[in-house]
Design a protein around this ligand. Structure first.
Ligand code: SAH
Length: 346
């Protein structure tokens, strides 16, 4: 019987130092290996060129390095790159690199599939298989950072948790991954450049506030009228807007951070004056920004992007109330890499 080797990345730096001490080596060797694993993205022990062959063999006898692998890569004609990422157990998630003139953004997944059932989102059609581990989230960022350097000559500037899954339903692992991303011995990125996007889980928004997190919060609102929101995002029945609003007020009272809302305007669903008025009522308690997202069709036309006059009505009415509003153009649509299109099609 062969013993299952342990994933070396589940060890803390201290545990690695102890391991080397116990094997008669210097504790410092643990720091070097840790750096290879977390900073230099080593996928094999033989990548660790400043570690002796003897030590590498010893590591091989005791551990495996569970890592992700880019299974396939598609490039959009706008420069967006969509990756199908294979996890160590064979499951797939998707991560996207979105380059613009001033930014290089990674859009990463937090779960395999999603348990929410937003009717307009392709990921909802995959049932949720499992939460990603902290290193699986971190590794996506490292992989996209490498692509950004390779193809665009610059490191990542921003990270958004807008890939597959609901990050607040895998909160602990997302938090651990962000800790690594922001740590000096990780990628040293500022939390101000990280945005966690949620469909709005009130209890977890309050927890984030209590935890005093430093990253940004975006809420996928899409409607501020319960009946409409429940129709397009059925879980709203269990987390109604009044609970979401209360949680956001709590978040704002603790953090005084601006809240971003993501919002798609659909024909016949939320393209009315009443819908905009409800949105204004909903977000006026705190400084807010509304991102009007272009709809990326995923079906045979059940949902359709509203026409320009409806979008202009949103712009005018929101601006009149001093709410910041931007229109976010879709990126990578031709390769199904845009918001809501991630469904392992490849
Ligand atoms: N579960 C999280 C993050 C993943 S979805 C959340 O709900 O925020 C990322 C964003 O894409 C959300 O704002 C979501 O509402 C939006 N989205 C989903 N499907 C879309 C589609 N077909 N077109 C445009 N945006 C979509």
């Amino acid at each position: 019987m062969t013993l299952k080797k342990k994933d070396i990345r589940s060890l803390s730096k201290e545990q690695l130092r102890e391991f080397f001490l116990e094997t008669g080596d210097k504790a410092f060797r643990g720091n070097q290996v840790y750096e290879w694993l977390w900073n230099k993205g080593a996928h094999t022990f033989d990548d660790m060129t400043n570690i002796s062959k003897k030590s590498r063999d010893m590591l091989k006898d005791n551990f495996v390095i569970n890592h992700i692998a880019v299974d396939s890569m598609q490039k959009s004609n706008d420069g967006t790159i969509k990756n199908a990422i294979r996890l160590h157990d064979g499951l797939l998630v998707e991560s996207v690199l979105i380059p613009t003139k001033s930014r290089s953004t990674a859009c990463v997944s937090s779960q395999v599939g999603c348990s929410l059932n937003c009717r307009f989102c392709a990921t909802a059609r995959l049932k949720r298989m499992r939460n990603l581990k902290p290193d699986e989230i971190y590794d996506q960022v490292v992989a996209i950072d490498k692509q950004s350097k390779l193809y665009n000559d610059r490191p990542l500037s921003n990270i958004v948790f807008m890939g597959m899954g609901e990050p607040l339903m895998n909160y602990n692992n997302v938090l651990k991954a962000i800790d690594k991303i922001t740590a000096d011995e990780g990628l040293g990125m500022s939390p101000k450049r990280i945005t966690v996007s949620t469909s709005g889980v009130p209890k977890m928004i309050k927890k984030m506030a209590d935890d005093q997190v430093k990253f940004n919060l975006a809420v996928s609102l899409h409607s501020a009228i319960d009946e409409v929101r429940t129709n397009i995002m059925p879980f709203n029945e269990h987390f109604p807007l009044s609970d979401l609003r209360e949680a956001l007020e709590y978040w704002y009272s603790k953090t005084t951070n601006r809240i971003t809302y993501e919002y798609v305007v659909w024909k016949g669903i939320n393209d009315t004056k009443e819908a905009v008025e409800a949105l204004i009522q909903f977000c006026k308690f705190a400084p807010s920004k509304v991102n009007l997202i272009e709809y990326n069709p995923i079906d045979e036309g059940e949902f359709q992007q509203a026409n320009n006059s409806a979008i202009n009505m949103y712009l005018e009415m929101l601006e009149a109330k001093n709410i910041i509003v931007t229109i976010r153009r879709s990126r990578g649509k031709d390769i199904d890499a845009a918001c809501g299109q991630l469904a392992n099609k490849s």
